[in-house]
Design a protein around this ligand. Structure first.
Ligand SMILES: *Cc1c(COP(=O)(O)O)cnc(C)c1O
Length: 350
């Protein structure tokens, strides 16, 4: 979901961007107008996330999965190894990409299921192996509905995080990370752009055969304009950053996101009809995964939800069940509408 006012601005400017007589997606990515967007978006992201000067902000195109390759190609020496702390679907995908294609990756299984079938993150398993080139985490497991509210102490080993689904939803301390990558399509913009925030000292170690467009150093050298970027997603990202800034920044969004998550999980916990199988402390504020006690009602639930304009509630294909994504642009009224529907459905089907 994107903020309606951002969509409206994009619509109004679509045919004629700031009096140019053409749309921004028709303009050159090397022209003054786009250059202003590129500079402003980086400036705003730095402000919103309080990114220190010794981190570079790179706007790239490979998507989240492309960065799963870029990370080992930029950081893992041919004879080295990396630790992957696995907490769900996306961290396992990143692990596999490294392990099967680029070199040695050590999998640490950090998601534990107890006797009652409840999943929780075991932070004691997030121990770095001596000599690791980096340690990898997925900050919010979009598919599983698990978010990290703690961080492993990796000492001098750089911690690399995928924040594709919870970027800008909560305040984080960038200095705790060697690099942060996130695809924009969950909280920031339409798909087509992935942003890498990389500590300076981690640049310049890429493999010789790393494709230039995945090479953080090359992207840095060319101010992210080595090749033609996805100008539309970049432009939309700039509008969303402005929207967040106007609202009062990430802290304000975090407060709203906490209230949204409490409303939904609070209701789920109050009834036996629905169930969350994630330990309280590890529940994602962004992706609320739940099941119906009677799974045979699931397709009816989804069909009726759709009639109420409650869209995209079907869980990820690898997990099943339901998933309500409460990204930044989702207002609390949207969550209330979902809870109201869930109550109604419960009443009608108990
Ligand atoms: C969506 C998502 C991805 C995949 O991103 P693509 O751009 O589709 O490759 C990776 N990691 C996380 C945490 C995600 O939510």
């Amino acid at each position: 979901m994107l903020p309606p006012e951002v969509m409206t601005t994009a619509q109004q400017e679509f045919l004629d961007y700031h009096g140019m007589g053409i749309g921004i997606i028709e303009a050159s990515h090397r022209g003054a107008e786009f250059d202003a967007i590129a500079k402003n978006s980086e400036k705003l992201l730095r402000k919103l996330m309080n990114i220190p000067d010794n981190y570079r902000v790179l706007f790239m195109q490979s998507g989240g999965r492309g960065q799963f390759s870029a990370i080992p190609l930029n950081l893992l020496p041919e004879d080295g190894f990396a630790d992957y702390f696995i907490t769900g679907h996306w961290s396992r995908c990143a692990f596999k990409e490294c392990d099967e294609r680029f070199g040695k990756a050590v999998a640490h299984e950090c998601l534990v299921r107890d006797e009652e079938g409840i999943y929780h993150v075991d932070y004691s398993k997030m121990e770095v192996t001596k000599g690791a080139a980096y340690a990898y985490v997925c900050f919010n497991e979009t598919v599983n509905g698990i978010e990290m509210f703690d961080l492993p102490d990796t000492g001098s080993v750089p911690l690399i995080a995928d924040m594709s689904s919870d970027i800008l939803t909560r305040v984080i301390d960038v200095r705790r990370f060697g690099a942060i990558i996130f695809g924009v399509q969950k909280n920031v913009a339409p798909s087509g752009l992935v942003i890498a925030i990389v500590r300076e000292d981690l640049l310049g170690h890429s493999r010789k055969y790393c494709p230039s467009i995945l090479d953080w150093s090359v992207m840095n050298q060319y101010d992210s304009l080595f090749n033609t970027p996805c100008t539309f997603a970049w432009y939309m990202a700039d509008l969303v950053f402005q929207w967040i800034d106007r609202l009062g920044g990430v802290l304000e969004l975090e407060k709203r996101n906490i209230a949204k998550a409490e409303l939904l999980y609070g209701y789920i916990d109050s009834t036996d009809f629905y169930r969350s199988v994630i330990a309280f402390k590890d529940r994602s504020r962004v992706n609320c995964v739940f099941t119906l006690k009677d799974d045979s009602l699931s397709s009816k639930f989804l069909a009726e939800a759709k009639e109420h304009h409650l869209i995209g509630l079907k869980g990820h294909k690898v997990l099943g069940g339901m998933r309500a994504s409460l990204y930044n642009a989702m207002p609390i009224e949207g969550v209330q509408a979902l809870v109201d529907f869930m109550k109604e459905f419960e009443k009608a089907n108990s």
